[in-house]
Design a protein around this ligand. Structure first.
Ligand code: B12
Length: 361
């Protein structure tokens, strides 16, 4: 199904503007509450809300819209503390009601029912969501937890040298490289995202911490590449305009730790270039990573392109990333060969699957 009225970016922008104006016309108090900066952000958010609604409708997923509505309400409640939590909640529920009015005029039949169901879900979640939350309760617990906490504080300080030393010394004390990636880097990045979401650190701090982790990762490559090789190749990238390229990079690095050769293309790879690279390098495995749910449908299209090619690819297709945790049934429906949580799970699956199909001698 496609929401035809949102088929182009211009149409979505126009609709966002209309929704924005309706919301201000309905609620006169907002004029005083919203600075020009807030207005600009609100317009951007409405556009993003429509994109998310569109993908949730295409993939028929209550989970995508629920997760998004929860995340957005908390983000706004933290960002607009001066308005108070209940005022933000009221504005958001009213926003989803306005979307219902707009779609009532523009879509009919089953499509309308689906959109209404999703928007009702968004309203329900917004009404129930508490502002405070804890995603990672045992972050600082235990021996590794203490390393995580120290490493996070060093990144935030920021103390580049000590942050690097913290990782080096944990490796010297016997921590495995895989654990440094999954139990330290990944968990610390999740925490950094949480701190940004709650308005406790700035975008600049978030960017700096991410860049520093990438930098520290680069210093670990001599250790990673010195592991025994197994003559397997993986090619990895993000989908669409996804910028979260640390995720496929970490998957590649973990496969490198298991002896694979990786070709990491990162973010913003045009679909044709991806196909050309597959032709050229003929990897055993393709890793497609999606963090933001709005790019899920493009992942489906890429998989479908690959499956429909005249010359069948021998490459196995693996998908993963935060977005799939909201819809873990999709990869199998789309014909991906596997959906895995991380590089270790993927390496274990690939070992079995490739040997079964005689690809591993
Ligand atoms: C760093 C970061 C960024 C950086 C990314 C830099 C980079 N070079 O990658 C930048 C600043 C660019 C960024 C931008 C944005 N971000 Co951001 N970002 C993050 C953050 C803090 C860390 C992401 C990360 O690297 N995680 C570490 C990786 C390793 O973990 P992972 O993603 O779970 O990946 C692992 C597994 O999922 C799995 N995996 C992943 N892919 C695959 C594939 C296969 C095949 C397999 C087997 C496994 C697998 O293995 C990985 C490694 O173990 C997250 C917080 C979080 N929860 O992760 C927010 C987060 C993802 N971002 C978020 C948002 C909102 C944004 C922006 C919209 C913000 C904005 N207003 O500009 C933009 C969107 C940009 C875009 N178009 O993509 C939200 C998303 C919320 C939502 N509802 O969707 C999050 C959750 C922050 C938050 N708590 O609010 N972000």
């Amino acid at each position: 199904m496609s929401l035809l009225i949102l088929d182009t970016t211009e149409e979505r922008m126009k609709l966002s503007q209309e929704i924005f104006e309706r919301q201000f016309a309905r609620d006169r108090k907002m004029e005083k509450e919203y600075s020009n900066y807030r207005k600009r952000m609100m317009l951007k958010d409405i556009n993003y809300n429509l994109e998310t609604l569109e993908v949730a409708a295409k993939l028929d997923s209550d989970q995508i819209i629920s997760d998004y509505a929860r995340w957005l309400f908390q983000l706004l409640a933290f960002r607009m503390k001066d308005l108070g939590e209940e005022r933000v909640r009221a504005q958001m529920t009213s926003h989803y009601e306005i979307l219902k009015e707009v779609f009532k005029e523009k879509v009919q039949g089953e499509e309308k029912d689906k959109i209404f169901r999703l928007l009702d879900k968004a309203i329900e979640v917004t009404r129930e969501t508490p502002v405070e939350y804890e995603n990672d309760e045992d972050f600082s617990r235990g021996k590794i937890g203490r390393i995580r906490e120290r490493f996070l504080q060093l990144l935030l300080k920021p103390d580049k040298q000590e942050a690097r030393r913290e990782i080096e010394s944990s490796l010297e004390k016997g921590l495995e490289l895989e654990d440094v990636y999954l139990k330290i880097f990944q968990r610390v990045l999740l925490k950094i995202g949480e701190l940004w979401h709650r308005g406790k650190i700035s975008v600049a701090q978030e960017h700096f911490c991410t860049a520093l982790i990438q930098n520290i990762m680069a210093g670990l490559y001599p250790r990673i590449f010195s592991r025994p090789r197994i003559d397997r190749r993986v090619l990895a990238c993000c989908i669409g305009n996804e910028l979260h390229e640390m995720a496929p990079r970490m998957v590649c690095d973990i496969l490198e730790m298991k002896g694979w050769d990786s070709l990491y293309l990162g973010a913003g790879v045009p679909r044709d270039s991806l196909l050309d690279s597959l032709e050229e390098h003929r990897p055993d495995l393709l890793v497609l990573s999606v963090t933001m749910p709005i790019y899920l449908d493009q992942c489906r299209e890429v998989i479908s392109d690959l499956k429909n090619r005249e010359e069948k690819l021998k490459t196995l297709i693996a998908v993963g990333g935060r977005a799939f945790s909201l819809a873990p049934h999709l990869p199998a429906e789309w014909g991906a060969d596997v959906y895995a949580q991380d590089g270790i799970e993927l390496a274990e699956w690939a070992k079995k699957s490739l040997s079964r199909s005689n690809r591993l001698e």
